[in-house]
Design a protein. Structure first.
Ligand SMILES: [Zn+2]
Length: 762
């Protein structure tokens, strides 16, 4: 018994705490509006925006401060599409940027009176997208954070009755007349009797169109009303000047509310008294009941008589107002989603008819219900397959009311990998050498991108210069841009050419990509096959098995662009080469700094001079010995005297004209902060890294020691080799998240395939 009691009382408390649905007076509502105008005054477009803003964290720009940034940032949409969803939807960087932008446009009030059609191929997950989006919208709209208010009339029986005692008598007469004339429903009869007996203080009439209570102020007085309501502050200025609030001044109330208002005014003779019967209550969204959100599937039949009424309520209204011809409680299905979402899943079957039907409503915002005009301001959404686009041509007048938003296959490799992780579990990564899983995603995405990219060509020109780490169609580079990464291997000139305009052109190409190639379902299937056949305990999937897996099927190979796999392999080799170099490399930053500073000072003096460097305090013997030692690292170890001399001269010139006068003296920087110092430092480090592979490649023992690392024999190698091998493997694990086994495999792969030879011209 105790358990039952506590369960019930707990339940009661929880349920009770969720009940925020109690109506508040118009007065109390206005107080809320004044306190928080942005929340208090919003239509569905603004609510949609606020939800996106609430659930999607501000985008992360990996290159903050980049003057050429186009704000193509990383938005985390997991709270919107993944959390709590039956089947999650993964929005890639391109799509989430599109969606966030759309929401922003909604807030700014542009782009209304439109239908938003999301176009995507089979298997792109668009119905999951819409389901999850609407589920979150429903949740949000019903939460305190996302709550909007709708009109509720409370017709006070006593007040209305007191106006004319004799008229109640008339009502009774009329009621008996009705009984004679019609077969009066029993409930209605009871209802009417109750009304007369006074069991209820008032009759509640909700606005079927979910109008904002503010719309009840007649249009001609609304501007002045809002003006009086607010102080002359920023909020007021915003409301009066921004397009997003146009609806507040321009939208009429629904005909039912309008006629109710008029009738009440006639009887009560005072607008204030009328407004005392006006209440506000939270607009509850309920997709299953079609309130606030309605989603139509192509198979859902169209209801022939799209007119809804409520006899009981009509009778009550009539009896209270004693004038049955004034207020017609008559509305259509569209009213239920007014200020809500009306969505079509696919432009097919009955939904094609619906789209035809929507035509006037979208452009005019109004339609006829019997003889009454009904205003409809909804957010119209639809999904469509690319091949159904011809359907739209059948409605030419609708064309300029359509806003198409692409929802293609995932083109951003990080999102693609996230999908595998979600489907197969995070542990899948343990079966791959680092980077190989992402390369799987790259292969999948290569089939979705167009092979010809004018934007990339305009940017890079001849792709040949990057043949070491990129394919000839520059798809690998484009994938990096799509994922928000600017690769290190770009030369300085191309990095500079990556202007905002250039970025916009590249991102714009994504609008036409991802329509064919491996679908979302395909990629899951292929991954399952790879994982099932190649993932073994104690061994890792490497590039070799990844490539041979894709090469094993002709139909797959046909989809992958020619030469792509080779390029991918090369890029992989280049990357691990850098990793191994980085892992082996250690330097004494203090030493490098000293040498560069001394050099920069010494080059200003004749050979044979003895000077004290002011940056380091060192005594320097200026001469060839000092110069050659460092220039071999800065220029190249094989450079001749002429080349080095030229380098020295130009460096001296830069030091004197730019670093010293402009940066040190005028801008007050330190030597380390000058551009010249930076460029020399970079050159120096580059040189050291090049040299770093020498012990691995020139010593056979090194290879064997790697193999023997975990065994007894490792102790037999000499100390230098043991130290270097341990250093390499430990760093690979720490810096690039290899497992020890993976680190050994990748080091051996590098040695055995003589990878460094392929890039020796670097
Ligand atoms: Zn209304």
């Amino acid at each position: 018994m105790n358990n039952i009691d506590s369960a019930l009382s707990h339940f009661d408390r929880q349920q009770g705490s969720q009940d925020r649905g109690a109506p508040i007076s118009f007065d109390a509502y206005l107080q809320r509006v004044v306190k928080d105008p942005e929340k208090g005054i919003r239509n569905i477009f603004q609510v949609f925006h606020d939800m996106v803003e609430h659930l999607v964290a501000p985008g992360v720009d990996e290159y903050a401060g980049d003057p050429e940034s186009i704000n193509f940032t990383d938005h985390d949409t997991s709270r919107l599409f993944v959390e709590g969803a039956d089947s999650p939807f993964f929005a890639d960087r391109l799509f989430s940027n599109r969606l966030v932008k759309l929401a922003e446009n909604f807030r700014h009030g542009s782009l209304q009176n439109k239908i938003y059609i999301f176009v995507g191929p089979h298997g792109c997950g668009k119905s999951t997208f819409l389901d999850n989006l609407l589920a979150k919208l429903e949740q949000y709209a019903n939460s305190e954070e996302g709550c909007t208010y709708e009109t509720l009339w409370r017709l006070d029986r006593k007040i209305l009755a007191s106006f004319s005692e004799q008229e109640s008598g008339k009502f009774l007469n009329r009621l008996s007349g009705l009984l004679d004339e019609y077969e009066f429903k029993q409930t209605d009869l009871i209802d009417a009797q109750q009304l007369m007996q006074g069991d209820e203080d008032y009759v509640e009439i909700p606005c079927p169109s979910h109008d904002s209570p503010l719309l009840m102020i007649p249009k001609e007085f609304r501007r002045a009303f809002i003006d009086d309501l607010f102080e002359n502050d920023q909020a007021k200025w915003k409301i009066f000047t921004e397009k997003q609030y146009d609806w507040l001044f321009n939208e009429p109330p629904c005909t039912i509310c309008n006629s109710l208002y008029q009738s009440l005014l006639e009887r009560l003779k005072s607008p204030t008294k009328v407004l005392e019967m006006l209440f506000a209550r939270p607009y509850r969204f309920n997709r299953r009941l079609g309130e606030g959100i309605s989603v139509y599937n192509p198979g859902d039949r169209i209801i022939k008589r799209n007119v809804l009424d409520n006899n009981m309520l009509q009778n009550r209204i009539d009896s209270l107002l004693r004038d049955s011809n004034r207020v017609h409680y008559l509305f259509s299905n569209f009213a239920k989603t007014n200020n809500g979402v009306y969505a079509l899943m696919d432009i097919k079957g009955h939904n094609v008819e619906r789209l035809h039907e929507l035509h006037n409503i979208i452009s005019e915002g109004v339609h006829k219900v019997e003889y009454i005009e009904e205003n409809v301001a909804s957010l119209f959404l639809a999904l469509m397959n690319p091949e159904d686009r011809v359907r739209l041509d059948e409605i030419p007048s609708l064309i300029d009311r359509i806003e198409l938003i692409n929802i293609p296959y995932v083109l951003d490799l990080r999102t693609e990998v996230e999908i595998y992780r979600n489907n197969f579990g995070r542990h899948i990564e343990d079966s791959f050498l680092p980077r190989v899983l992402h390369n799987f995603a790259r292969i999948i995405i290569s089939t979705r991108l167009s092979k010809d990219s004018p934007a990339m060509k305009e940017w890079i020109g001849d792709p040949e210069k990057y043949s070491s780490y990129c394919d000839s169609n520059l798809q690998l580079l484009k994938m990096e841009i799509y994922t928000g990464n600017i690769p290190e291997w770009l030369n300085e000139e191309d990095r500079k050419k990556l202007t905002a305009k250039c970025r916009r052109q590249i991102i714009a190409e994504s609008e036409t990509e991802g329509v064919d190639g491996f679908s979302g379902r395909d990629s899951i299937k292929i991954f399952r096959e790879l994982y099932g056949s190649k993932a073994r305990e104690g061994s890792l999937i490497d590039m070799k098995s990844l490539c041979s897996f894709f090469e094993s099927r002709e139909e797959w190979q046909e989809m992958i662009p020619d030469g792509f796999l080779d390029s991918l392999r090369r890029m992989y080799n280049y990357t691990i080469l850098q990793e191994v170099k980085e892992a082996l490399y250690y330097f004494n930053e203090e030493q490098i700094e000293k040498e560069i500073k001394n050099y920069l000072f010494a080059i200003n003096f004749e050979s044979g001079s003895q000077v004290v460097c002011p940056y380091t305090g060192d005594n320097l013997d200026v001469g060839e010995d000092l110069f050659t030692a460092i220039e071999r690292c800065l220029v190249s170890s094989s450079s001749d005297t002429q080349t080095r001399l030229r380098f020295r001269k130009s460096t001296q010139k830069q030091y004197a004209s730019q670093a010293l006068t402009q940066e040190l003296i005028l801008a007050g920087r330190t030597l380390e902060e000058t551009k010249l110092y930076h460029s020399l430092h970079e050159r120096y480090v580059h040189y050291l890294k090049e040299k770093v592979l020498d012990p691995i490649l020139k010593n056979d023992n090194f290879r064997r020691a790697i193999k023997d690392l975990e065994g007894e024999n490792f102790r037999t190698y000499d100390k230098k080799v043991r130290d270097d091998v341990t250093f390499l493997i430990t760093n690979l694990c720490e810096k690039f998240s290899y497992t020890r086994q993976g680190a050994r495999e990748v080091a051996l792969y590098l040695i055995d395939n003589k990878i460094s030879d392929d890039f020796s011209s670097e």
